[in-house]
Design a protein around this ligand. Structure first.
Ligand code: MN
Ligand code: MN
Length: 366
């Protein structure tokens, strides 16, 4: 159990007169409880009352793993043949009586689970929303969380190294993805933080493209966007490399993106706003005439999930503070031509920032 985070949660509960918090998002359950799991369609839930001990509710097949995690309170399990919500309701009543105000994750909790709770506690107030609080808490990472993000970053570097070794004319995007994930799995890295992207040539012009039978070709760029999950924390990084000698045009696009990336990266320090960072990078790209081809925000927070707060986006006046962790990922995507993105996630120190990934950002020629 992460006592520090739970204390913050309880302060918020007290202020908002909430007597029970229901954490339903699996990554947020991992964040508070220390038990990381993907329950898929089964029910995993964390109940934190204002005063008494919390309990974790988990599918029966995960109960032993949950007990072996750093969560030191009761774990209640259910079998696939049982109705999870009748057990949950009984447990809440037995442990906490009839809560008057129950806070939920409103951007996440599915409707049928919400209805089961409102039916069981008809006089309870369900107006309190945990979502903004969790987003706020996740803005800042503790030293321990930073350590996990550093580890996840270094396995992303390893993934680049493996991937780059396989860039050759004639090799397909999906073959390179397979090599990366096979090598990582052999080294004990169980999970990528999102489907690995390897996009060759004009395919890289789609920022969220899907790797397929398209092959690497001489004198084309290849974009790698990948990340791993280590101890529940994610990495997310992008490099664009050249297969054989790049053309002047490709090199030109690459250098503009690199300049934009470095302009934002070098400006990161406490006091700058998220919107200013986005603008610094965007100004570089716009001044060269490619503004309309940088069609997404500059970055996003990272932690137990790959996209969390802060949003590094135009108009966001939120000030950067020490302990924030987020990506800087400008790109230029010219349809049917070339796509370049350079992405590092960084953590903010008292006078700057340090990237989690160390792979060179000079244009690598393979
Ligand atoms: Mn990203
Ligand atoms: Mn990415």
């Amino acid at each position: 159990m992460n006592q520090e985070k739970v204390l913050e949660l309880r302060k918020w509960m007290q202020k908002n007169e909430v007597d029970l918090a229901y954490v339903s998002d699996a990554s947020h359950i991992g964040y508070f409880s220390g038990f990381d799991s993907n329950p898929m369609e089964r029910v995993l839930a964390l109940f934190i009352p204002l005063e008494k001990d919390p309990f974790l509710f988990a599918p029966g097949l995960e109960v032993e793993d949950a007990k072996a995690s750093s969560f030191e309170y009761d774990v209640v399990g259910y079998l696939d043949s049982q109705d999870p919500f009748s057990i949950i309701v009984d447990e809440i009543k037995k442990r906490y009586g009839s809560p008057k105000k129950i806070a939920l994750e409103k951007n996440q909790l599915v409707l049928d689970r919400y209805l089961r709770l409102t039916e069981a506690f008809p006089s309870a107030d369900f107006s309190a929303d945990l979502t903004p609080l969790v987003q706020e808490l996740q803005l800042y990472k503790t030293e321990e969380e930073c350590q996990r993000l550093i580890e996840a970053g270094s396995t992303a570097d390893l993934a680049f190294e493996i991937g780059f070794r396989h860039v050759k004319p004639g090799v397909t995007e999906e073959e390179i993805v397979a090599e990366i994930e096979y090598e990582l799995k052999k080294k004990g890295i169980k999970q990528m933080s999102f489907p690995t992207e390897v996009l060759a040539g004009p395919n890289a012009a789609s920022p969220h493209g899907t790797p397929g039978k398209n092959t690497c070709k001489e004198n084309e760029l290849v974009l790698f966007d990948l990340g791993t999950i280590v101890n529940g924390y994610c990495s997310d990084a992008t490099r664009t490399v050249a297969c054989g000698k790049p053309t002047d045009h490709q090199r030109d696009i690459y250098n503009i993106v690199l300049e934009a990336h470095m302009a934002a990266l070098n400006a990161v320090k406490p006091g700058v706003t998220c919107g200013q960072l986005d603008k610094l990078a965007r100004d570089v790209i716009e001044s060269r005439g490619y503004g309309e081809y940088f069609n997404h925000r500059l970055g996003h927070g990272i932690g137990t999930t790959i996209h969390e707060f802060p949003q590094i986006v135009g108009g966001n006046d939120l000030e950067v503070k020490e302990g924030m962790c987020f990506s800087i990922e400008p790109g230029i995507y010219l349809p049917n031509d070339v796509g370049v993105r350079i992405e590092d996630c960084v953590f903010v120190t008292k006078d700057g920032c340090i990237p989690f990934t160390k792979t060179s950002k000079e244009l690598t020629i393979l």
